[in-house]
Ligand binder design. Structure first.
Ligand SMILES: Nc1ncnc2c1ncn2[C@@H]1O[C@H](COP(=O)(O)OP(=O)(O)OP(=O)(O)O)[C@@H](O)[C@H]1O
Ligand SMILES: [Mg+2]
Length: 318
């Protein structure tokens, strides 16, 4: 997408330092530190109530942190300053569009708020409508738009001022597969020269799209890495034995000193081997198990995304 205007050289980045947010006596964020210092797609996941929306609202200055600070493009967050500097665009998870405005008027008013004059507005709105791929009539009244149509309009709205940082809270949720894939592609395109920080409960999207993933649980950041590294960390040297006698297999495996961690998932016993020679060790363990128990299958453990998510957030519960 063509930038709105030639912009001065600047550092694109989000820095969150020891961020805490307390509601009454409850800490929704308990000390978050994170740095994003280059364009890309950054996913934020975590269970309901983990603090994702609170984090986004603190980053965008909608909530004032109880402690700590947020720095966007080298400037500490200050609502007024950020708006003037056109640093970010935020789509909250619960945004409503209730007005009797047409989609066109909605975009023109927003563009006006960002200081574009009439001639600039017309050009910019058309550019953004084309980029976002809004195909419906611009005369449609925003309150009657469908969920997907609204989402595209909101995305168009936050792109008008060409911000460096886009924060999308659950912007992929509630969309049909075609629109979701369209919005995902837009986000990927935007992430070439912008930071796109987004949350979603749709783990396939998060895993497929994100350059890096942040995992928030109970107000704390419990994981941050590339999707591949996270999967590797969790599944490294983990094997499974499927058996109808999984409980006795579990007890038997507890006797092996080379096994670091054992757990049951359905009728499978998962075990992580700490030996350097994990493959050979796993074969040896299997051989011994087969001598005593009947098994249904054995293999390298490849969790599905839901299981991966549960593992990430359950190992960090307080
Ligand atoms: N204004 C508020 N006043 C009191 N408590 C709040 C407020 N906003 C959020 N909370 C609490 O802070 C915690 C984090 O909420 P938050 O909305 O950030 O979670 P989330 O990760 O976005 O969850 P979800 O996936 O359901 O959207 C929750 O326990 C919530 O009840
Ligand atoms: Mg939320």
């Amino acid at each position: 997408m063509k930038p709105l205007q030639t912009q001065e050289l600047k550092v694109i980045g989000v820095k969150v330092i020891n961020l805490k947010k307390k509601f009454n006596s409850f800490f929704a964020l308990k000390g978050i530190d994170l740095t994003i210092d280059k364009p890309g797609l950054y996913g934020l996941i975590g269970p309901n109530g983990a603090g994702k929306t609170t984090l986004f609202k603190c980053i965008t200055g909608l909530l004032t942190p109880t402690e700590g600070k947020v720095i966007l493009n080298n400037t500490e967050v200050n609502r007024k300053l950020l708006f003037q500097k056109n640093v970010f665009g935020f789509i909250p998870e619960d945004v409503g569009l209730y007005g009797n405005l047409s989609a066109r008027d909605f975009l023109h008013i927003l563009a006006g708020l960002h200081g574009l004059d009439k001639a600039q507005r017309k050009k910019r709105v058309q550019e953004i409508v084309d980029f976002v791929g809004i195909k419906y009539s611009p005369n449609k009244i925003v309150r009657y738009l469908s969920t997907g149509q609204k989402r595209l309009l909101l995305i168009a709205g936050v792109l008008l001022h060409d911000p460096d940082i886009l924060i999308f809270d659950e912007s992929l949720n509630g969309l049909d597969p075609v629109v979701r894939s369209h919005v995902s592609n837009l986000m990927k395109e935007l992430s070439k020269d912008k930071i796109v920080f987004y949350s979603s409960h749709i783990l396939t999207d998060i895993w497929k799209l994100s350059d890096e993933v942040f995992v928030l649980n109970n107000g704390l950041l419990v994981e941050h890495d590339t999707p591949l590294n996270i999967i590797k960390k969790i599944t490294k040297n983990v094997y499974y034995i499927e058996s109808d006698e999984y409980e006795t297999v579990f007890s038997y495996l507890e006797e092996f000193s080379s096994i670091e961690k054992i757990e049951i998932e359905g009728n499978k016993v998962l075990f992580q081997i700490k030996s350097k020679n994990a493959i050979d060790e796993s074969k040896e363990i299997l051989r011994k198990v087969i001598e005593k128990h009947s098994i249904l299958s054995f293999g390298y453990y490849e969790p599905d995304l839901d299981q991966l998510f549960i593992k990430m957030v359950s190992s960090n519960e307080d």
